[in-house]
Design a protein around this ligand. Structure first.
Ligand code: KMH
Ligand code: ZN
Length: 273
């Protein structure tokens, strides 16, 4: 089991538009199909954002419900709802879909510049989202965009201010956060090991960092998040056509390391879901 690789797929995200990425899934059917295709390619977790009728990011419960049902009708997988939403989404909107009680939900651990916007995660916001996750019995994935956010986790754990059971995702390469240089991942994993030996973690490399970081995580024994939310290029100058294409490449690389995609059941076991 230790060798199995959890692949989470971030199928659509909240910041991309069809103008910058023409293959972007936006309707509930397209998003659900992209998720099912990702699961067939090896993903066991779907990191979910949804879009409204105009293709804009939304945290509307009815659309989350529609997409979740369509995915679940076609395959088993772990749904991880975004509580980050898009830059500027209010905290109430961000928490709203948790009423559907997905198996997992994200919890970002600090405020940051996010490209030209501000991704607001002040202490009050973190605790509000953490409370709703707890109330709905949704397992948090703590999103770490910078070293200080991991130190925040350490501080909050000492004070009992965040749920004790979580998965960690290092999201590296957002302009405004920590870059995706490999030494940054090594630093973070080293720190995490000191805070919580044996804690499960994955890495999400943004843009050109996706391939080197996923390969490094595979070699280090971690897990990965891949998908067009984080990276729309297969290689420099060449747009990737689907999430599945990104996943298939990572599965090929992982196989060379004798690591194989974790099934949904194994993922639940590893994460204690
Ligand atoms: N769209 C970003 C501002 C999450 O999903 O929890 C936040 C985000 C994180 O995507
Ligand atoms: Zn997201």
């Amino acid at each position: 089991m230790a060798n199995e690789l959890i692949i989470a797929c971030c199928v659509v995200g909240a910041e991309l538009t069809k103008e910058t990425y023409p293959y972007l899934p936006t309707t509930p059917r397209e998003i659900a199909d992209a998720a099912v295709e990702a699961v067939k390619a090896g993903a066991s977790i779907i990191h979910l954002h949804v879009r409204d009728e105009q293709g804009r990011p939304t945290q509307r419960v009815d659309i989350f419900e529609q997409v979740s049902t369509q995915i679940k009708n076609s395959c088993d997988c772990i749904l991880q709802f975004s509580t980050g939403g898009a830059v500027g989404t209010t905290v109430d909107e961000r928490c709203a879909p948790l009423v559907l009680r997905p198996e997992m939900g994200t919890l970002s651990m600090g405020t940051m510049n996010f490209g030209d916007g501000i991704f607001e995660n002040g202490e009050k916001t973190i605790f509000t989202i953490a409370d709703v996750l707890k109330k709905q019995q949704v397992m948090p994935e703590l999103e770490i965009f910078d070293y200080g956010m991991l130190e925040t986790v350490e501080r909050y754990l000492r004070k009992g201010l965040v749920p004790a059971h979580f998965h960690i995702d290092f999201v590296l390469g957002i302009p405004g956060g920590m870059s995706g240089e490999i030494r940054n991942l090594v630093l973070l994993v080293d720190k995490l090991e000191k805070i919580r030996p044996g804690q499960s973690w994955s890495v999400a490399g943004v843009g050109r960092w996706q391939l080197p970081l996923t390969t490094t995580a595979i070699a280090m024994g971690g897990h990965v998040r891949i998908g067009i939310e984080d990276n729309i290029y297969y290689r420099k100058g060449e747009l990737v056509k689907s999430n599945a294409d990104l996943i298939k490449r990572v599965v090929r690389i992982a196989n060379e390391f004798d690591r194989h995609p974790a099934s949904v059941a194994t993922t639940r076991e590893i994460l204690g879901l």
